[in-house]
Design a protein around this ligand. Structure first.
Ligand code: HEM
Length: 368
């Protein structure tokens, strides 16, 4: 098929084939790119630009810091961020949940994890947000902001090497050995990438989950009554709808047979996690959002294999904390705009809510 951007691509959609695709080293992310080919910014070198073994040596630096037990220790910090943001919103008639909560929440939690100086956060937020605003109106301004982010992390890595704390960023930086297998450029890139990697997808996942719950008020009420069900609900919401319905584009390094089809060497390949998550061969009644689904969590929203989302434990924590805080405070939450007329942005590879205006206490009669 041809993407809306006019590029020919093979799309893999069956659950079993998508799983196999994530695990198949012949579907390469590096696709011939030279190792260490640092261009202008440290951000040019990211985990998703390399295949193993180069990918492995860089990822190893961050893996222990993103382990579920380590991330779990940030739950109280995430709850404080959620409550500080939501408390004033409860006094408003209506607000944009994306701008007033989802985006700042996901960014602030990452700042807490990295113990970034509060004074630096507004600038960092503005630079990061500009990288994700669509459509891009001023490409030069985005590039300049990414350069500023890069310069910030170059300095910050130096500061943490000299004076580490007990936060996630410090543990990544102090695990690095000068002159070892990871270059300083790669270290800086890794740190900057981590700040950006989960920001937009987690914020969008919060917004999209709220949309699904507002469309099914019985689920909103059930979660309000039984908050302990939230982690399971989060897994089902992750399966049901995702802002990134594909893995990163891969390139076949040789001919690969997928079912009855031969994907020729050199082809670009999209692994459709969105389609796989609705494959009836894997998920019974896949179009039903069922919070009591058995084997919940058996989805591909975070990918699989060597590039499996490093931030999955953090995303799960953030979603659980954010949705619990929203549902417990605002069980009457209603959309201002009918749900079939929300304003979306993005493209075929990632989509998201441009805004999501809600009334925290509802209107008594639902407007859609
Ligand atoms: C709901 C939110 C999120 C979703 C749906 C998501 C999804 C994904 C997916 C599908 C991949 C694999 C890409 C591929 O193999 O093609 C991935 C990789 C990655 N994600 Fe996430 N992610 C989320 C949140 C986060 C967060 C919060 C972080 C924070 C650090 C993060 C960091 C990363 C990184 C660093 C990678 C690259 C891993 C590697 O190449 O080894 N993600 N993510």
């Amino acid at each position: 098929m041809v993407t809306p951007a006019g590029k020919p691509v093979w799309m893999i959609t069956r659950d079993a084939d998508v799983r196999a695709g994530f695990l198949d080293p012949r579907f390469s992310l590096q696709a011939g790119r030279a190792v260490g080919a640092v261009r202008r910014r440290a951000l040019d070198v990211t985990l998703v630009s390399y295949d193993p073994p180069h990918h492995t040596r860089i990822r190893r630096l961050a893996t222990p810091s993103f382990a579920p037990y380590r991330i779990g220790s940030y739950r109280a910090a995430a709850e404080t961020v959620a409550s500080d943001l939501l408390e004033p919103l409860g006094r408003r008639q209506r607000f944009d949940l994306m701008a007033a909560f989802a985006h700042p929440f996901s960014f602030q939690v990452m700042c807490e994890l990295f113990a970034l100086a509060p004074a630096a956060r507004p600038d960092l937020y503005a630079w990061a947000a500009s990288a994700f605003t669509r459509p891009i109106r001023d490409r030069a301004a985005v590039t300049a902001n990414l350069d500023r982010l890069d310069a910030y992390f170059r300095d910050e890595v130096g500061r943490r090497l000299a004076d580490p704390g007990d936060d996630v960023l410090s543990s990544i930086v102090t695990g690095w050995e000068p002159g070892g297998e990871v270059s300083r450029d790669e270290l800086v890139s890794l740190c900057a990438t981590l700040l950006l990697a989960g920001y937009e997808s987690t914020a969008q996942m919060i917004g999209m989950s709220v949309v699904e719950l507002m469309a099914r008020r019985e689920l909103l009420a059930a979660l309000h009554a039984h908050p302990a069900k939230m982690p399971q609900a989060v897994e089902e919401l992750l399966r049901f709808n995702t802002p990134g319905p594909f893995g990163t584009v891969r390139t076949a390094t040789e001919d690969v047979r997928v079912g009855d089809t031969l994907v020729p060497a050199g082809s670009r390949v999209l692994l459709s996690t969105g389609a796989a998550n609705r494959d009836p061969a894997r998920h019974r009644d896949p179009d039903l959002l069922d919070l009591d689904r058995p084997a919940v969590g058996n989805h591909l929203t975070f990918g699989l294999g060597p590039h499996y989302c490093l931030g999955a434990p953090l995303a799960r924590l953030e979603l659980t904390v954010a949705l619990t805080a929203i549902v417990s405070r605002f069980p009457g939450l209603t959309p201002v705009t009918p749900l079939d007329r929300l304003s979306w942005r993005g493209n075929h590879l990632s989509r998201g809510l441009a805004e999501l205006h809600v009334r925290p206490r509802g209107t008594g009669d639902h407007e859609y």
